[in-house]
Design a protein around this ligand. Sequence first.
Ligand SMILES: C[S@@+](CC[C@H](N)C(=O)[O-])C[C@H]1O[C@@H](n2cnc3c(N)ncnc32)[C@H](O)[C@@H]1O
Length: 484
Amino acid sequence: MSKAADPERKSQFGQFFTPAGIAQFMAGLFIQKTKGNCHLLDAGAGIGSLSAAFLERWASGGFDFQRVEVDAFEIDHRLHPYLIQTLEKYRQYLNVVPIIRGDDFVHVAVDSLSGSLFAEALPRYTHAILNPPYKKIRSNSAHRSALRRVGIETVNLYSAFVALSISLLEDNGQLVAIVPRSFCNGPYYRPFREYVLKCAAIRQMHLFASRNKAFKDDDVLQENVIIMLERGAHQGNVTVTTSTDDNFTDMETHNYPFDRIVVPGDPEHFIHMPTSPKLGVIELSSAISCTLEDIGVKVSTGPVVDFRLKEHLRHMPDADTVPLLYPGHFKGRITDWPKPELNKPNAIRRNAETEKWFYPNGFYCVVRRFSSKEEKRRIVASVVKPDSFPNAKVLGFENHLNVFHKGKQGLSEALAHGLVTFLNTTAVDEYFRSFSGHTQVNATDLRLMKYPSRKNLITLGEWAMRCHEPIQTLIDEQLESLGA
Ligand SMILES: C[S@@+](CC[C@H](N)C(=O)[O-])C[C@H]1O[C@@H](n2cnc3c(N)ncnc32)[C@H](O)[C@@H]1O
């Protein structure tokens, strides 16, 4: 059926159907403790694969219920015949009452939660199982204002579905959802993270190590996680499991204290998914404990957004332009500018309209915001040196770069080299992967990391300036020599 969802409906409704192996794994995550009646919520039910896996578990003795009522919300009426067929067959041998709801889950849930006078009050659910639609919520949309009525501030339907489902659970009700990993550290998901952590305890998270395998039928290239939450419960240890793909044959299980999942005092509430109980170098080292503020450095996304300044872009520099820097201009230690073969502009006109986006020519540390999934490293840092642009007074950093600067001015040469060397260590890359499933590196991610002291960064930078082209093991050893 996965293939049956046509592309238009896929994008209109965020339709991706869960493969049977994953659905079964998800149903297996609920802790068996509820006896009596179960009220199951399947929000965005598709053809009913998740509810079916839940009912299969019950049928094979994995739950102790007397009766199960399933509320299956599915907005796409064309899927209803399949959904009915999936659920009705269980009536023959289970005490199950399937209710198919064709309304928009967001509006029905909000109306019920806000106690709208004419709205139907939904029940409090004991269980929720979901693979919610992935779709951005525009800031002026009906969904956004509806969600605000119940205090939910979020940017995507998937997080809206999870937040609403938590709100609809009874106390100690359990939720299992498969969602993109972006909520763990995406800057726009902070209110959602706060909401989840306030209302529920994270019991388990499962990470698919391979981004492109779990949903292979549907070409979904995101890293996906499965989360198991319990509403209103005390937050204890968290079980983190990993497997390469939906065969689960190489599954590893570890238990972590909650402070390894969300670092105490982290204002962003990043949700880490450690893959090994051993603490990494970055977490262990007392020598790596400074914030960027402590070392007097800021990091920003490159301020020049090329498509907004189209008429000022030039393929090659001339007397009226300044260098415009893209990730393609940096390779290892080499800055290659201007690069005629790059299919990006090399320069931008300097005038009253563009002036405010430039930084003075100087030493900077830049980190690519996007890497391709084939690339080994997620964090790739390079030094910008003023003598690579001999006649330039100012530089334009394009939006695909993150730039470390000092109040929009350059850094000292040794500090720029030190930051680049530190960011290019294996330890940093490993640490980054514990909280980000993206190939994308946000300025917020870099802002939140801990760094060596300014003095140690300068020592590291001076070492790097003396080396010709240090290889990875040398860079890693150098970090250790700082006491890390
Ligand atoms: C990612 S699919 C998952 C389907 C199914 N749960 C599964 O796991 O195979 C999400 C489903 O949500 C439905 N959907 C999208 N927006 C919805 C809304 N506002 N209310 C109810 N269902 C919605 C889509 O039509 C789609 O079938």
